[in-house]
Design a protein around this ligand. Sequence first.
Ligand code: ZN
Length: 358
Amino acid sequence: MRYVNGVVLKGRNELAISATCPVPDDIVETGAIIRPLIWSPCTSDAHLVQTGAESLPYLIGKALGHEMCGEIIRVGKDVHDFKVGDRVIVCSVMPIWRSLEAQDGHAFQKQDNMYGGVDYPDRGGSFVEEYYIRDADMNLALIPDGVTLEQAVMVPDMMCTAFGGVSELNPSFGDSVAVLGIGPVGLMCVRALYLHGASRIYAIGSRKICFSVASSFGATDLVDYHDTSWTDEIIEKNHGLLDGVLIAGGGNDALSNALKMTKKGGTVVNLATYFGGRNIEIDPASWGFGYADKTIKGVGCKGGRLQMMRMARLIETGRVSPEMLITHTFHGMNKVIDGLNLFLNHDRSLIKPVIYND
Ligand code: ZN
């Protein structure tokens, strides 16, 4: 085992660059080692910093990070589709494809990465100098020519999560859908809904910069959740309840607000993360007292090579311009901490930061 530098979580609001991140000398035959070229910190990384990973205590002492693209520096002998020198997108949520969950159609429920990676808990995240993965052919995707690193690093979580969520909602052409919370994932949901044929797309947020990107991505209505009766306003504008709602933020009332706006028989897809320590409330009336046939789906990031290849093609063909999410660009591993601090300080000019490893 060797140890390399990484951005390590030491405790509540405590991060350090530390040369304690393990890279095995012997990699599995399907595995690969990747040298990061670009990272992007995420709200969920910031949440772990803020809480000292109280919901996932085994992450203390390990590197954070799950959004990264890099260059392959080593492959095992059973890796068929990738070679040393390839520039790749690395899965954010890395399914274990040889699992019963995968055979059951829920590959994302058995993960090999840091957040659910209790099967291999030593590794930690991808804010490291060298990152080891165990299933290169299934959990990497080549960065196509003409796709920049900044665009590519928006694939593993922002695009895979949002487009996966919209696929789960599966709106019909012409449906009216709201996106509650227009941070980077919510904004990508707006674009995915537009491409999926939704007619009215209500983008619910509060920050000017996010409204501006939402408009560019295809939102038809921009709604500020500081307006006290915003849910009623949407229902009125829509001349009735919505076909579906995606939750990508919105706090403790999110589920009640989403259910309230959704028609009988409609679907709410949740993409927000609810860490432990509190209950989530549902107002019974919003849910038709339990009888309104409204479905709630809790969906995580859809990882895997195929999903990432599809996302990369959307960028390559100009259908999606994910670089519009990037508001801050840094260079050097120590700047990952600056990037995370933007989230922790609730910087209102932030959508997504990226950090080049140079
Ligand atoms: Zn993320």
